[in-house]
Design a protein around this ligand. Structure first.
Ligand code: SAM
Length: 334
């Protein structure tokens, strides 16, 4: 029996781990340019601490791990962490979320180390808009990274687009075409009101309902199976039956208008070692402190089991109390 079942009968099988709060981009919706200093290096969990936490979770039935950030590929030697995690008994799915600026450089090594697949942020196909949204970097590198991941077989590649009115909502059809051409799935995400972007997320907000009806004005969609119990509701394009080239999935993620907390199967570990039971709540459990004061594996597992019982029933993004105003997505690990 998996002891990680919370009081709402949700089975926790998935941990998302931020390995750094640093990022080579400064996306408007994630890490605004004026964000304050990064964590001190000493504060960041070491690889052996991360693997120990994952090993204990795996003993309790967690089988899926996602490495994220910040930008995970800016953490030194992250390939070696992937190698260590892929050897942990019970971990069946090891994935990464990345902005892909460095992906073409690391894709082969990551694959050889045991990474199974990647999710890649892609908010625009226009260089100027890329600069505006991402605050730097080169779109060309991201596109190369996407192609590299698909060619090497870090698949399925899921592209993530945070949709924002007046910035990229006029590009969604082009982005679907790009996904089809590159045989990647595409997921459109509602902008969440985290930290200093509460106003931006309100002013630029586009609901999944609006996004989906825009996509449906160009493509006939059919519901598709969603694997892994993630937050997206997936569709395929009907013409894909005649043309397997377009057999990608289009996903819609609606954290705001139709939240999916009822089926939440995950916890998060911040770069500093805080175990967060829900993205939208400030509080968490400081695992780094426990580990650095010499706790045993058995006691660590007991802490996990007890913590899961306190997992909130759902986020309250629309209720100001629960907005994590002190933490950006790059700190929490999106
Ligand atoms: N640097 C990596 C990247 O760009 O994919 C990983 C970290 S980033 C925080 C992970 C994901 O968080 C992004 O793909 C983006 O979709 C999501 N994200 C960040 N801020 C968000 C927001 N305010 N609303 C919705 N999604 C957000």
């Amino acid at each position: 029996m998996n002891p990680l079942i919370d009081k709402y009968n949700r089975r926790i099988k998935y941990i998302r781990i931020s390995v750094t709060d640093r990022c080579d981009l400064k996306c408007l919706y994630c890490t605004p340019k004026d964000s304050d200093s990064y964590s001190r290096r000493r504060a960041i969990l070491r690889f052996e601490e991360i693997t120990r936490i994952v090993r204990c979770f795996a003993d309790l039935g967690v089988s899926r791990v996602r490495i994220t950030g910040g930008e995970p590929l800016v953490r030194k030697d992250v390939v070696s962490l992937i190698g260590q995690l892929s050897n942990i008994k019970g971990i069946e799915d090891l994935a990464m979320t990345t902005n892909a600026t460095l992906l073409s450089k690391y894709a082969i090594d990551l694959k050889n180390a045991g990474l199974k697949r990647v999710n890649i942020s892609l908010d625009t196909l226009k260089s100027e808009t890329f600069k505006m949204i991402c605050g730097g970097g080169k779109l060309k590198d991201v596109l190369e990274g996407i192609r590299g991941a698909v060619n090497i077989g870090l698949t399925p590649v899921n592209l993530n687009t945070v949709v924002m009115k007046g910035l990229n909502n006029n590009e969604l059809i082009d982005i679907v075409h790009f996904a089809i051409e590159n045989m990647a799935n595409i997921r459109f995400i509602e902008c969440m009101p985290v930290r200093r972007i509460v106003n931006l997320s309100k002013e630029r907000f586009v609901s999944v309902k609006e996004i989906k009806s825009l996509i449906e004005s160009h493509f006939e969609l059919e519901p598709a199976e969603s694997s892994g119990g993630g937050p997206a509701s997936y569709f395929t394009i009907k013409s894909a039956i005649c043309n397997p080239q377009s057999a990608i999935k289009i996903g819609f993620i609606s954290p705001i208008t139709q939240h999916f907390c009822k089926s939440c199967n995950r916890v998060r570990l911040t770069a500093e070692g805080i175990l967060k039971l829900c993205l939208a709540y400030k509080d968490g459990i400081d695992l780094r402190d426990y580990i650095r004061s010499g706790i045993s594996d058995e006691s660590l597992k007991e802490i996990f089991i007890k913590a899961i019982q306190d997992k909130p029933q759902g986020h309250q993004f629309l209720n100001d109390k629960c907005i994590p105003i002190e933490q950006s997505m790059s700190m929490i690990g999106g």
